[in-house]
Write a protein of this length. Structure first.
Length: 265
C-alpha cells in the first residue's frame, strides 16, 4: 500500500517539543533529554513520507532541505528516517538538512550518531563543514553521545579550524576530566607545535594531575622537545620532583634530568 500524507497529517505524528534556532542544542544537552530522543524512532508513516519527498534519488539533499525548512521540530525523526532509507548517502542527508536549518545541527548530528551509519568523527567533520558556525555545539553533542570516540572527535574538530584549538581543549577537559589523557594526546597529535600550550591548559585545570599531564605530553610528543616540556612544566609552577619522576618513567634521558634535578628554583 502506498501512503500519501498531507502536511497536517505529518504534524500529528509523535515528535519532540519544538526546538528552534540556538535553543535546539541547549535542549538536547539538558539532563535526561538525550535518552528521550534516542528512544524515539521514526514510524513507517514518517519513513514513507520522507521517501515521497525524496523520490528523485539524485536530489535527496534538496528534498530533505525542504522538509527541514517546513518541519524544524521534526529534525531528529526526519534524519533517522532519511538514514534508514539512504544509509550510504549519509553525507548528502546531513548536508541537506543543515543547509536548510543550520541551527538544527545538534538534532541532526545526534540522530546520525544514533543511526550508526558512519564513525562519529566522520559525522562531526561533515556537520562542521556544512555548518561551521555551530562547530562548538557539534563538538559537545558528539562527545556527549559517543565519549568513547573523544580522541577522534577532538582531532577532527581541531583540524576543521572552525573553533580555536585552545577552546576545544579547555571545553572538553572541563566537561570530561576523566578523559584527560585522551583529550591531551588527541590535541597534541593534531597540532604538535602547540604541545606546550595544551600542556599548560591541562596543568592549570588539573594541578593535582601533574604526573599524568607531564607523562602524557612526553609520551605523545616526539623526543626532540622532551627537555623543553620538562623545563616548561617546572617554570609554570609544577612540582619539580613530580615532573622529573614523570619524565623518568616516560623514558626521558637520565643525564638530562639530572641537570634539572640540581637546578635552583
Amino acid at each position: 500500500m502506498k501512503y500519501i500524507f498531507t502536511e497536517t497529517q505529518l504534524l500529528k505524528f509523535p515528535s519532540l517539543p519544538t526546538l528552534y534556532l540556538g535553543v535546539a542544542c541547549s535542549y538536547l544537552m539538558l539532563s535526561g533529554s538525550a535518552h528521550a530522543i534516542s528512544s524515539h524512532q521514526p514510524s513507517d508513516h514518517v519513513i514513507n513520507f520522507v521517501k515521497q519527498q525524496t523520490k528523485d534519488g539524485h536530489h535527496i539533499g534538496r528534498g530533505l532541505s525542504s522538509m527541514a525548512t517546513r518541519y524544524p521540530e521534526k529534525a531528529d525523526v526526519i534524519t533517522k528516517a532519511a538514514l534508514t532509507l539512504y544509509p550510504d548517502q549519509y553525507e548528502q542527508v546531513i548536508k541537506g538538512l543543515l543547509k536548510a536549518e543550520p541551527a538544527l545541527a545538534c538534532d541532526v548530528v545526534k540522530a546520525a550518531i544514533d543511526s550508526n551509519v558512519a564513525d562519529t568523527s566522520e559525522i562531526v567533520a561533515i556537520a562542521i563543514e556544512a555548518d561551521p558556525a555551530f562547530a562548538n555545539e557539534i563538538l559537545e553533542i558528539a562527545a556527549e553521545n559517543d565519549i568513547a570516540e573523544i580522541s577522534s572527535i577532538i582531532r577532527v574538530t581541531i583540524n576543521s579550524g572552525a573553533i580555536d584549538q585552545q577552546s576545544v581543549v579547555d571545553t572538553t577537559l572541563e566537561s570530561y576530566p576523566e578523559k584527560l589523557k585522551e583529550i591531551l594526546s588527541a590535541a597534541i597529535n593534531a597540532v604538535p607545535d602547540s604541545v606546550l600550550t595544551f600542556m599548560k591548559s591541562a596543568l592549570d585545570l588539573f594541578p593535582d594531575e601533574t604526573e599524568q599531564v607531564v607523562s602524557t605530553t612526553i609520551t605523545t610528543h616526539s623526543s626532540d622537545k622532551h627537555q623543553e616540556i620538562v623545563n616548561f612544566a617546572i617554570d609554570n609552577g609544577a612540582d619539580k620532583e613530580i615532573v622529573i619522576k614523570a619524565a623518568l618513567e616516560s623514558g626521558v634521558d637520565k643525564e638530562e634530568l639530572a641537570k634539572l634535578a640540581s637546578r635552583k628554583d
